[in-house]
Design a protein around this ligand. Sequence first.
Ligand SMILES: Cc1cc2nc3c(=O)[nH]c(=O)nc-3n(C[C@H](O)[C@H](O)[C@H](O)COP(=O)(O)O)c2cc1C
Length: 174
Amino acid sequence: MINNKILITYASRAGSTAEIAEAIGKSLSQGDTQVEVLPMQDVKDLSVYRAVVAGSAIRNSKWLPEAMQFVRTHRAVLSQKPFATFTVCITLAMSNTDQYRQAVAVWIQPVRVLVKPVSEGLFAGILDFNKLPLNWDTVKLRAVVALGIFPKGDRRDWKAIQAWAESIHPLLLQ
Ligand SMILES: Cc1cc2nc3c(=O)[nH]c(=O)nc-3n(C[C@H](O)[C@H](O)[C@H](O)COP(=O)(O)O)c2cc1C
């Protein structure tokens, strides 16, 4: 029997990437496709999945450490399955032009060299200081917002997320 189970796994700090993973999962659970959405630390065995979608929030121009670790740990198995990535950051809320998308694409080069994805989703996230702790990193971030470089608020584009999920569905089942 053909296994049509897809894993959507994510690394998130403040929850916006987790919610995007849920939305991708919802969109992919059509027909006889089964979907599981799990934080990366809860994933043990990839052998039961036909395809894997892995997503991370960006902090300081990098995927979160546990997301990089996930790809390193499972590199061999992921290379044998359809594998897609998505990346969530605030830069794409500044402008979603090619220039910015290319800059963000450079941040995920370390992932791409480990496992070549069939597709890479790039999405704007959230910058909400009410939900972030006060520390040196977030103080620096407040300064970047005060300078008008990064925007604030919930900048997720649910239509773009849905459109990407629909576009990868056939690639994940090939
Ligand atoms: C400490 C910190 C550092 C961040 N660094 C970057 C960055 O370098 N580039 C960027 O585009 N967004 C950056 N962001 C924005 C996050 O990627 C964005 O808030 C994302 O939605 C967070 O995902 P999460 O809610 O799943 O944790 C940063 C956010 C925080 C809190």
